[in-house]
Design a protein around this ligand. Structure first.
Ligand code: ADP
Length: 685
C-alpha cells in the first residue's frame, strides 16, 4: 500500500516537471500526504502584506521554493511573517473533502486562504474558537477540485518558525490522531509515574536530590505538554497569552532544577568551584528569564527575544553539566556514569531537534519527537543514577560503619584487657594488703599475748619476792626472822623468773642460729642414748626410750635437734600428771626418720592443735603451768629448717603425741614442709 502511494506521488512529480508551479494531485489511494515539497515561500519582515497583495500575479515570482529535499518549511527564530503557497488538485475518483494540518503549536498567528472560501485567521494567541477544527495544532477542512488551485498560509512565531503542512483524508486523520495521542499520553504517563515514585522516595528518604529531580521531571514534562499544544487545549484554553510563554517559562524552571540537581549530585560546591559558580549563575539567569517571560506576556517581540536567550543558555548549561560529569568521571567516580549518560541522551535529543528545526535533518516521527524521546530516556537514566549513587553511598557508609565498629571492638577489647589487668593488680594488692593486715593483727595478738604473759609470769615471782621481803622485814622487827623459809621461797620464785628469761632469750638466740644451720649425719639411737645420759632429768615421770633396731641416720644440726627434743620432752612432763609415762620412740617411713614424744597428759583440743605452734600461744595462759608459748613454735621452726615436718596427734584427757620427721640422708633444696596435726597418724596405735 505504501509503495503504491509512493509510486503515485513520484508519477505526479514527474508529470509536473517543466511546469512553472507544481500542483500536487491527490489520488484516491492517498491518505496522509506531506505538502511541504511543493511549498513556496515569501518573507514579509514588515508584516504589512495582505492576501490580496501576495496572491496578485506580479507577486507570484517573489515566491521561492523553500526546500529542495522536501523538508518542512523552517526558518528557526524569526520575527518576520512568512507566506506559504502551494497548489493542489485531485483526480476524478478522489473525494473532494480533505483536512489540511499544520502540526506545530507555537505559531502566534496563522491564516489559511483557500480559493473560493473565507480566510481563516487563527494561531496560538487567538481564542480556541478561531480554530475550525478542535485540535492541539491547526487543522483546516478544504475542498479539492480536479483543476489545480493555489492555497496560501501566513504565519508568525515567537519560537522557531516552522510550518509543516500535511493533507489528510478524514478517516485516516482520525486514526493518526488516536495513534499520536496514545503515544503522547504514554510519555506523560511515564513522566507522572517517575514523578510520583520519586516524590514518594523523597518523603521516605528526605534526600534533596530526589526533590530536585522531581522538580525537573515535573517542569520539563509540563513544558513539553505546553509545547505540544495540549496545555492550551486541556489546562488553560482561555489563556492564549499564558500559553505563549508557558513552554518557555516551564522549560526555564526545568533548567533551574537541572542545574541545581547537577550541583548537588556532582557535589560541585566542594570540588569544582568554577563549574559550580557557572551552574549557579545559569540557574539564576534562567529564573530571571522565567520571571521576564511572565512579565512580558503579550509582547511577542520580548517573548521571542527571551526564548532565544533561554535556548542559548540551555545549550550552555547542558555543556557545563557535561564538562562537570566528565571531570567527575575522570576522577574515578563510577556512580556518575548514568548521570553522564542521561545528559548525553538529552544533548543528543536536543541536537537532533535543533538540526531538524534548522532543516539539517528530515522531519519524521523520530526527529519530530527527538527531544521528547530523549527526555524520557534522560529521566529514566536520572532515576538510575540516583539509585546507583544512593547504593554507592550506602555501601561507603556501611564500610565506614564496619571500620568504626572494628575500631570500637578493638578499643573495647583493649579496655577489657586493661580492666582485667587492673582487676588482677587490685586483687594482688588486696591480697597483699590483707596478708599484711593479718600479719599485723597476728603481731598485735602476739604482743597482747606476750603482754599478758609478762604480767602473769613475770609479775607473780616478783610479787612473791616482794611479799617475802616485806614479811622478813616485819619478822626482823619482831626479832623472829625466818630466813631459811623466806629465802627458799624467794629463790624458787627467782629461779622461775630466770627460767622464763632464759626461754625468752633462747628464742632470740635461736632465731639468729637458725639462719646458720650446721647439719651432720647423726646415728639417732646412739645420739638419743647419749642425750638422755647428758640430760639426766630430775623428773617425777617415767621416761621411756623405745629404740627400734637398726641404723637410723639423720642429717641434722645436733644442737638444734637437742633443743627441739628438749622442748617436746619438757612439755610432755609439764602437761601430764606426775608418775605417768612419757615415751621417746623412733619411727621410719620412706626417706624420713621420726622421733616421737608421747605422754598420757591432758591432751589438746582439735581446734587448738594448729594454734599451739604459733609464737606466744598458750591453750590456758592463766593456767597453773608456767610457760611463754614459745616452745612449740621453736620446735616447728627447727624442723622446717631441716626440711622436715612436725605431726601432732592428741585426744583430750588421753594424751598427746608429737613426732618430728627429719630426712634420713642429705637432701638438696626442698620446699620447707609445714607442720601438720593429725588425729591418728600412722604411728599412733
Ligand atoms: P608453753 O609450754 O611454754 O606454754 P609451748 O609452746 O611449749 O609453750 O606450748 C604451747 C601450749 O601447748 C601450751 O601452753 C600447752 O597448752 C600446749 N601443750 C604443749 N605441749 C603439750 C602436751 N604435751 N600436752 C598438752 N598440752 C601441751
Amino acid at each position: 500500500m505504501e509503495i503504491k502511494k509512493l509510486a503515485q506521488l513520484l508519477l505526479w512529480i514527474c508529470a509536473c516537471l517543466g511546469s512553472q508551479a507544481w500542483a500536487l494531485e491527490i489520488a484516491v489511494a492517498a491518505t496522509n500526504v506531506s505538502v511541504s515539497p511543493l511549498v513556496e515561500v515569501l518573507e514579509d519582515p514588515t508584516h504589512a502584506l495582505s492576501w490580496e497583495e501576495v496572491s496578485a500575479p506580479e507577486m507570484a515570482a517573489r515566491f521561492q521554493p523553500q526546500s529542495t529535499n522536501g523538508e518542512d518549511f523552517n526558518v528557526g527564530m524569526s520575527a518576520s511573517t512568512y507566506w506559504l503557497r502551494f497548489r493542489l488538485q485531485r483526480t476524478t475518483d478522489t473525494p473532494n473533502h480533505w483536512l489540511l494540518e499544520v502540526p506545530y503549536g507555537n505559531l502566534t498567528s496563522l491564516s489559511f486562504y483557500a480559493p473560493g472560501q473565507p480566510a481563516v485567521h487563527t494561531g496560538s494567541l487567538f481564542p480556541l474558537a478561531s480554530r475550525p477544527y478542535f485540535h492541539r495544532y491547526f487543522v483546516f477542512p478544504l475542498d479539492l477540485e480536479e483543476t489545480p488551485a493555489d492555497f496560501y498560509i501566513s504565519a508568525t512565531s515567537s519560537y522557531a518558525l516552522t510550518v509543516p503542512v500535511r493533507l489528510h483524508e478524514a478517516a485516516a486523520f482520525a486514526q493518526k490522531e488516536h495513534r499520536d495521542l496514545a503515544l503522547q499520553y504514554l510519555y506523560y504517563g511515564s513522566v507522572l509515574a517517575l514523578l510520583l515514585y520519586n516524590l514518594f522516595l523523597f518523603a521516605g528518604l528526605r534526600d534533596v536530590r530526589l526533590l530536585l529531580y522531581s522538580g525537573y521531571v515535573a517542569t520539563f514534562g509540563m513544558g513539553i505538554y505546553a509545547g505540544n499544544g495540549l496545555g492550551r487545549l486541556v489546562l488553560w484554553p482561555d489563556s492564549p497569552r499564558f500559553d505563549e510563554i508557558a513552554q518557555g517559562a516551564l522549560l526555564c524552571l526545568a533548567t533551574v532544577f537541572a542545574a541545581e540537581f547537577a550541583r548537588v549530585f556532582l557535589k560541585t560546591r566542594s570540588r569544582f568551584k568554577v563549574v559550580d559558580k557557572l551552574l549557579l549563575s545559569s540557574a539564576v539567569v534562567c529564573l530571571l528569564i522565567c520571571a521576564g517571560l511572565i512579565a512580558s506576556m503579550g509582547s511577542t517581540t520580548a517573548v521571542s527575544l527571551l526564548n532565544r536567550l533561554f535556548a542559548s543558555l540551555t545549550v550552555l548549561t547542558v555543556f557545563i553539566i557535561l564538562v562537570a560529569c566528565a571531570k567527575a568521571w575522570a576522577s574515578g567516580e563510577r556512580e556518575v556514569r548514568f548521570f553522564l549518560l542521561a545528559w548525553f541522551a538529552l544533548s543528543l535529543g536536543g541536537l537532533v531537534a535543533a538540526l531538524r528545526a534548522f532543516g539539517y535533518l528530515p522531519t519524521n516521527g523520530l526527529t519530530a519527537y527527538a527531544l521528547q524521546i530523549a527526555s524520557a530516556i534522560e529521566m529514566l537514566l536520572f532515576s538510575l543514577a540516583l539509585a546507583d549513587s544512593m547504593h554507592t553511598e550506602r555501601e561507603r557508609m556501611q564500610q565506614s560503619l564496619s571500620a568504626a565498629l572494628a575500631t570500637q571492638k578493638k578499643s573495647n577489647d583493649m579496655l577489657h584487657r586493661s580492666e582485667e589487668r587492673l582487676e588482677r593488680t587490685v586483687a594482688q594488692r588486696t591480697h597483699a594488703l590483707s596478708e599484711a593486715l593479718t600479719s599485723q593483727k597476728e603481731t598485735l595478738a602476739q604482743y597482747v599475748r606476750f603482754g599478758s604473759l609478762i604480767s602473769h609470769e613475770f609479775r607473780n615471782p616478783l610479787a612473791i619476792v616482794s611479799g617475802q621481803l616485806s614479811l622478813l622485814r616485819k619478822e626482823a622487827e619482831l626479832g623472829t626472822p625466818r630466813w631459811e623459809q623466806r629465802s627458799r621461797v624467794m629463790l624458787a620464785a627467782l629461779k622461775r623468773l630466770d627460767a622464763l628469761f632464759e626461754q625468752w632469750l633462747r628464742k632470740g638466740r635461736l632465731e639468729g642460729s637458725l639462719e646458720t644451720i650446721h647439719k651432720e649425719p647423726i646415728d639417732l639411737c646412739q645420739w638419743l642414748r647419749q642425750w638422755m645420759e647428758d640430760n639426766a632429768l630430775a623428773t617425777d615421770h617415767q621416761i621411756r626410750l623405745e629404740l627400734a633396731g637398726g641404723m637410723h641416720t639423720i642429717w641434722a644440726d645436733p644442737g638444734l635437734l637437742a633443743n627441739a627434743l628438749g622442748n617436746l620432752l619438757e612439755n610432755a612432763c609439764k602437761y601430764s600428771p606426775i608418775g605417768t609415762v612419757v615415751s621417746i620412740s623412733i619411727h621410719r617411713r620412706p626417706g624420713q626418720v621420726g622421733i616421737a614424744v608421747a605422754d598420757e597428759g591432758a591432751g589438746i583440743a582439735d581446734d587448738q592443735q594448729q594454734k599451739v605452734f604459733e609464737a606466744f600461744y598458750r591453750v590456758a595462759p592463766e593456767g597453773p603451768v608456767n610457760g611463754m608459748g614459745l616452745g612449740l613454735n621453736l620446735v616447728k621452726r627447727i624442723v622446717e629448717a631441716h626440711m622436715g615436718e612436725i605431726e601432732l596427734a592428741s585426744t583430750l584427757g588421753q594424751g598427746s603425741r608429737f613426732c618430728i620427721w627429719l630426712p634420713h640422708e642429705p637432701t638438696a633444696a626442698q620446699e620447707p614442709s609445714t607442720c601438720t596435726a593429725t588425729a591418728k597418724p600412722e604411728f599412733w596405735s
